[in-house]
Design a protein. Structure first.
Length: 217
């Protein structure tokens, strides 16, 4: 398997978390088919999300909210050759959905290790969250990824929350993070409606697995 069915030669084998990942000179976007169906994004009933694929933008370095909220001193997440971010907001509900997808093309026996390095780093940050404003973090590990809620101190009568869903679908060389937050818009926002974390993680991973045609998912 070669990621999005594009063939690249592997340049290195990763050994542990400290191994460097090749950097991309110019970011390439990801296929439209890898984005989460907006109907499957939490808070859709109140937000009526637009398609994430319509707002996708290639990025030089993936800006995962897990890393932004719980930054790690002295550690920078590596670039990936194909990365994109998409944001959709709802004035009606006051919530925003952000999906970040980072993909390493090539033989997946190597690129899955690249993705695993980033996935584990994002998960570790949640356990040791360093945040200047005093974030409260609750994280759950599931068989198909992890889900977390990061709550910041109340601001102007609003309690900013970031609901994170992170997956590393096997056989795809990809990490994806879906964030649903009321911390971006100025509106107070509709109350959060609990979602089935396991199902959300499945919904995030499914289009990536289909696009990569991964039998390992």
């Amino acid at each position: 398997m070669h990621g999005w069915l594009r063939v690249f030669s592997a340049v290195a084998v990763i050994a542990g978390l400290a191994t460097a990942v090749p950097a991309a000179a110019e970011p390439k976007s990801v296929p439209d088919t890898v984005w989460t169906n907006p109907r499957d994004v939490p808070m859709d009933r109140a937000s009526h999300w637009g398609p994430l694929s319509h707002n996708a933008t290639p990025v030089d370095r993936p800006a995962f909210w897990s890393a932004n909220l719980c930054f790690s001193l002295g550690e920078n997440l590596p670039q990936s050759p194909e990365s994109a971010s998409s944001t959709v907001s709802s004035d009606e509900s006051g919530w925003t959905a952000v999906e970040v997808i980072a993909h390493w093309p090539g033989d997946t026996w190597v690129t899955d290790q690249y993705a695993s390095t980033v996935y584990r780093s994002l998960r570790a940050r949640l356990d040791h969250c360093f945040n200047a404003v005093g974030a409260q973090v609750s994280a759950t590990d599931l068989s198909n990824g992890h889900a977390a809620t990061v709550t910041l101190p109340a601001q102007g009568g609003k309690q900013p929350q970031y609901h994170l869903y992170v997956v590393q679908p096997p056989g795809t060389g990809t990490v994806a993070e879906l964030t649903v937050t009321n911390g971006i818009t100025g509106a107070a926002g509709a109350p959060w409606v609990d979602a089935d974390d396991h199902q959300v993680l499945r919904d995030v991973a499914a289009p990536i697995c289909r696009t990569a045609k991964s039998a390992a998912c």
